[in-house]
Design a binder for this molecule. Structure first.
Ligand SMILES: Nc1ncnc2c1ncn2[C@@H]1O[C@H](COP(=O)(O)OP(=O)(O)OP(=O)(O)O)[C@@H](O)[C@H]1O
Length: 659
């Protein structure tokens, strides 16, 4: 609430007066801190103060603060708090708040309660320290608890929480000061107006964030559970798998020492999720590394003095040259270079096969084209030529990095291992990547969490967890409530789900999007189809009338060559774009644009999909595989949207195909 300077002073005086009358024998630090917090309750905040505060009893928080930024349990003290004492106090706080729910039945998980120790401020030298299992906040930094950019609860949600906290927190006095300028007859009106304003603002600016404080009871159960071995979370798009991982990482970080790792195959995702994690858990954010697998490997190999030369362009050239040598023999079977590239990348190298014998007998999961021994010999020759071409240029590819990392890790494990590793979008990782992460995590409770959805695999090939020797029996969780997509979007995405059979990562039947519970009504999907010449007008018309700001919209395509076309088109129309690989989740006015491989795991208010039909000409044998893969990619593209999807299909066959 915006108050004049004069009103602010009056509120502060009123706060001090109220505090002195309620708690006459307070020490000066709690008096100052609570006075400052109380003065803020004229906005959208509620303060609960331990009734026996003057006795300085040690095993309960001194106060609770509830505001749009969440629920805070506070210890206010001049002294150093022993770790064990802090744990006892905060555990008490979490237990007391455990019963709080919102209007939709979501609960407040232990991992949502902020643990704060407020100490004396000594001005410039002291700042908020956020490295332990709690925040250490000097009194001069109390504004940190009210930062606008961290707000994620509406006024109504704050009121609902505060009402329940009032009932649950016996032994705490609820203190509040009135806004000085609100006369009784206008107070109700003022409230209604600011309520509406607050709700609209919250819905528009940060539509996705109430998960910072509220989880579905099933999500919370997974956050709170201990697993005595590797565990797995699956569930269709938008069911909050990543949200659960972030809460779990906060809980595990608070209860452990040493680093934790969040990793994935997707290059741009860790940065986006790191930003979410900083909002959720500033106190442990520095202990959790968010790195995509190859960035982790590069750092690791460098630390061991093993620099690797990886260049995407060089790798592509090496493969193209190898293809030139072997295409005459393989083209008959399947003309697309992409198909054979996937065979080498995802089957031979992705499974870590090092001899022809191994290749002969290895499962080729997800690959529909049957290969007999003679065919496999041809593929193996292609692989060997490719390896030779890489070696000629002194290059490694991304699979080599995994293999080198694995060798290095076997030679000498990390000096300080990870307390926990979470692997997101696991369905697209290679088998060798999975094995490496298994080795990195080591054995022990809660060490490895695999998160993914077989229905959202956007790369060819596949594996089962049993192939990697990772046992998750009894430690598999499935989420089934979709929180992201409004019903109109969800129904459209379900319609795309042509292959309603999906393999779970364990090989059993998976849960598909068609089976999820939708909780958000509304949403809209529009389709357009036409020849390439009409695409610019159709797309630009749609962009001119988007129901969401362009900064919260993504344009998604399925091939790099399509990206080039769309980028050019938008550039010529003067529309500013940001490539998805550079997207960090930070607010930005530009239209995000990229292939589905870069869009996975992300979400936007609106999505424009441009699909160029006729670009692929797979052989009939590979067509089924390609269709299944494309269906999964479509599903990923559509489910990135919360409110709105525009689906543009360019029907003309395009010139120039891969291969
Ligand atoms: N408990 C919750 N309360 C409110 N919103 C939630 C909750 N859980 C998830 N969401 C919303 O749903 C969105 C999707 O969550 P998340 O990204 O974790 O899903 P996912 O299962 O990892 O999705 P995908 O597999 O499609 O990448 C979140 O950004 C969040 O806005």
């Amino acid at each position: 609430m915006n108050l004049s300077k004069h009103a602010e002073r009056r509120v502060y005086q009123e706060s001090v007066r109220l505090l002195e009358s309620s708690f006459p024998r307070l020490d000066s630090l709690p008096r100052r801190v609570l006075g400052a917090l109380l003065a803020r309750t004229v906005g959208n905040a509620h303060l609960f103060v331990r009734e026996d505060l003057h006795e300085r009893a040690g095993n309960r928080p001194d106060a609770f603060l509830v505001n749009a930024n969440g629920i805070f349990a506070l210890i206010i003290t001049e002294e150093r708090v022993r770790e064990q004492t802090a744990r006892t106090v905060f555990r008490y706080a979490e237990e007391r708040c455990a019963g709080i729910t919102d209007q939709r039945g979501r609960v407040v998980p232990v991992s949502a309660i902020h643990r704060v120790i407020v100490g004396p401020g000594t001005g410039a030298g002291r700042t908020a320290r956020a490295a332990g299992p709690h925040w250490s906040l000097p009194e001069t930094d109390l504004a940190r608890l009210f930062r606008r950019e961290d707000a994620h609860l509406t006024r109504r949600q704050v009121d609902v929480v505060a009402r329940q906290a009032g009932d649950l927190l016996s032994g705490y006095a609820r203190l509040a000061v009135e806004p000085p300028e609100a006369r009784p007859e206008t107070a109700g009106l003022l409230d209604a107006a600011s309520l509406a304003e607050n709700e609209v603002e919250a819905a528009q600016a940060r539509p996705f964030d109430s998960w910072l404080t509220f989880l579905h009871p099933h999500q919370h159960a997974i956050v709170a559970r201990d697993y005595n071995g590797p565990a797995r979370i699956s569930g269709p798009a938008g069911t909050g798998k990543t949200v659960v991982v972030l809460h779990r990482l906060r809980r595990l970080a608070r209860n452990s020492t040493g680093p934790l790792l969040f990793t994935t195959f997707v290059r741009n995702l860790p940065t986006v999720h790191a930003a979410s994690f900083r909002r959720l858990a500033p106190e442990v954010a520095e202990r959790v590394e968010f790195l995509h697998l190859h960035a982790w490997l590069r750092r690791f190999l460098q630390s061991r003095g093993r620099a690797v030369r990886v260049s995407t362009r060089g790798i592509n050239t090496a493969f193209a040259r190898a293809w030139t040598v072997h295409r005459a023999s393989l083209r008959e079977l399947e003309p697309s270079i992409d198909y054979w590239r996937a065979e080498v990348d995802r089957v031979i190298k992705g499974r870590g096969l090092t001899t022809f014998e191994e290749y002969l007998h290895a499962p080729r999961r997800g690959r529909k084209l049957r290969l007999d021994a003679r065919h496999k010999e041809l593929v193996w020759e292609l692989y060997e030529t490719y390896q030779a071409k890489l070696a000629e240029r002194d290059l490694h590819d991304y699979n080599d990095m995994i293999q080198l990392g694995d060798v290095e890790l076997r030679r000498e494990p990390l000096a300080q291992g990870y307390a926990a590793i979470a692997v997101d979008e696991v369905q697209d990782i290679t088998l060798t990547g999975l094995r490496l992460l298994r080795r990195l995590a080591g054995d022990g409770p809660n060490r490895l969490l695999l998160v993914g959805d077989g229905q959202q695999q956007v790369y060819p090939g596949g594996w089962r967890l049993s192939d990697a020797g990772i046992p998750v029996q009894g430690r598999g969780e499935v989420l089934r409530v979709n929180y992201r997509n409004r019903r109109g979007v969800l129904d459209f995405a379900r319609g795309l789900d042509a292959t309603n059979e999906v393999d779970d990562l364990d090989g059993g039947p998976g849960v598909v999007l068609g089976q999820v519970e939708a909780i958000n009504g509304g949403g809209e999907c529009r389709s357009w189809s036409g020849p390439a010449a009409e695409l610019p007008a159709a797309l630009l018309d749609q962009i001119a009338t988007m129901p969401a700001p362009l900064g919260q919209t993504a344009l998604i395509v399925f091939h790099h060559r399509d990206l080039v076309r769309c980028r050019k088109l938008l550039h010529e129309a003067g529309i500013a774009t940001l490539p998805l690989e550079d997207y960090t989740g930070a607010p930005d006015d530009r239209l995000k644009i990229g292939t589905v491989h870069r869009a996975k795991g992300l979400e936007f208010r609106a999505v424009l999909v441009v699909q160029f039909d006729g670009g692929d000409r797979p052989s009939s044998a590979a067509r089924e595989e390609s269709t299944e893969l494309r269906n999964r990619q479509r599903l990923v593209a559509a489910t990135r949207a919360r409110d709105f999807v525009w689906w543009g299909s360019v029907c003309e066959p395009t010139a120039g195909t891969a291969g």
